[in-house]
Design a binder for this molecule. Sequence first.
Ligand code: SF4
Length: 361
Amino acid sequence: MIKAVYIHIPFCKNICSYCSFCKIYYHEKKVEQYLKSLKKEIETYYRQEKISTIYIGGGTPSDLNLEELNILLDIIKLLNKEKNYEFTFECNFDITKEKLQLLKEKGVNRLSFGIETIHSKYLNLLNRISNKKEIYSKISLCRQLGFHNINGDLMYAFKEETIPELKEDLNFLLSLNLEHISTYSLMIEEHTKLYLNHEQNCDEKRDSNMYYTIHHILKKNHYEHYEISNFSKKGYRSKHNMTYWNNLEYYGFGLGAAGYIDQVRYSNTKSIQHYFNGKYRYEEEKIDRRNQICYELILKLRTSDGVDQKKFLEKYHTSIEENYFIDDLIKEKSLIKKENKIYIPYDKWYVMNHILERFVR
Ligand code: SF4
């Protein structure tokens, strides 16, 4: 039963230098056409299930004007919602009070802001504009309007970044008292402005140092490190993202969105013209049983919960050991087997991808 919906709004008024996401410059006429096509896509594929998490991401969905936001939020009415649904909306700090009020009125109950860093030299490098004062006042406005579940993104591992600079960013985030923090190490991806400018990634040793600095500081401040890059206060894990990490099915609507339905993983076209013409799907892959098991392990092992062996057996009628030889991983303490659970210990999270590669076949 599908319970999660991701909706992609690809429009941005400002393009960040590191961005490799599916995005285009904001353009009123295009937004109008896009929303029409999005409505058609949802009407075509949505099968009336009760939805427990909705995530509107982008792009910068908050760049839509009030009228466009109203149309978008009316489209969301097509979805039947469970009583305690989570509804996340990605925002920029220039979002207005009127837009926030509208989101609140229309049922959005979780906001996600890209804070990234407070250091102007790194903000300039990223081609992002924001400042501490604006962030403080916008977060406090959100609180006044009744938003009590807010995520902030933190970016780190700029080539010249020092640990004291990272600590300043972390202290600032802590001062905002956010319910959830997502962290990203800056990766220079092909076709981005940073790549074309020959910017370099930070070296691995420093990157790992920063990763564990974040882990220790946030943990000390009562955030649970529940997924390789995500931290939350008690009770505030992202329900939507847990859908992905629990290997459950979900709809992905919008330009370039990905979804997983009836054991088929699909991705939508990244061509806006195709999208306007209703040619939504670009690629589909049927996930056979062997790959389902592989996904189940590599997604769940990203989390502090790890894999519950009993549930795994109930779902697949086979044990992990029958499919993978994990004794070596256990011997080298890359995997811990405790009670009914198999998980990767925190001290190995930085090299998690190398461990997970051993499950891909
Ligand atoms: S706001 Fe997000 S999607 Fe838009 S350019 Fe920046 S990183 Fe990319």
